[in-house]
Design a binder for this molecule. Structure first.
Ligand code: ATP
Length: 210
């Protein structure tokens, strides 16, 4: 499903080199690394939000690193659910409408029943009529997870999805993410320095020194 080779990205004089990655449909790949190791950069390369100086990203049968920018945007919208480190929502819309909007943007139907099911599973159903700014960081993180999962994309990329969660929610959210990925036969890539996740996922790769 997801495969990379020889990815390199340069910020000024600092060049980041990444190992080859593979994550099949229905699998979870955990990418760990200390702060500054390049985890977010790698995730943005996988999402096509950054273009590498060298190397390739292949998603299903498409080499996304060769797509022109507009096509990359369309491809990402249809194929990739992203859970960002800092979630962004439409402030004027309630949580429910933010979630329904995700389906429209991905051009995949998201039903109110699906919204109910996933928000119950994530323990945020009681927040559907709230405005995002009134949620705690951990609640926003769970809404962000629901938003990424709802259109059932074949690839889910998660940047520190459990950083703001307590131990109970950390395990629950990690298990739900993996379960959904398995059910939807999606490839799930998580980048994190949250060592709690190492106990949940066996398929791991470490980037950076140390
Ligand atoms: N826009 C930028 N301009 C210059 N350097 C950058 C930029 N973004 C990131 N870097 C540098 O690239 C390196 C990797 O950054 P990145 O955010 O990918 O790391 P990370 O592993 O996700 O870190 P953290 O766990 O702290 O979020 C860091 O040394 C960072 O300072």
């Amino acid at each position: 499903m997801l495969q990379t080779t020889g990815l390199e990205y340069q910020y000024g004089k600092r060049k980041l080199r990444f190992p080859a990655l593979y994550c099949g449909a229905g699998e979870v790949l955990l990418i760990t690394g200390s702060s500054g190791a390049g985890k977010t950069t790698l995730l943005h390369l996988l999402a096509g939000l950054l273009l590498p100086q060298s190397g390739e990203v292949r998603i299903a049968d498409t080499v996304t690193t060769r797509l022109p920018a507009a096509e990359m945007d369309r491809f990402r919208g249809a194929h990739t659910g992203i859970i960002y480190q800092q979630p962004h929502f439409i402030a004027a819309l309630q949580v429910r409408d933010n979630l329904l909007l995700a389906g429209r943007l991905a051009r995949k139907p998201v039903t109110p029943e699906a919204v109910n099911r996933i928000t119950h599973a994530l323990g945020i159903h009681h927040l559907l009529q709230q405005y995002p700014a009134r949620l705690s960081q951990g609640e926003q993180q769970r809404v962000s997870i629901a938003r990424a999962l709802l259109p059932a994309p074949p690839l889910i990329l998660a940047d520190e999805p459990t950083a703001s969660l307590d131990d109970h929610n950390c395990t629950a959210v990690a298990e739900l993410l993996a379960e959904q990925a398995g059910e939807q036969q999606a490839a799930l890539v998580i980048v994190t320095h949250d060592s709690r996740l190492k106990e949940v996922f066996a398929n791991r790769i470490h980037i950076g020194e140390g």
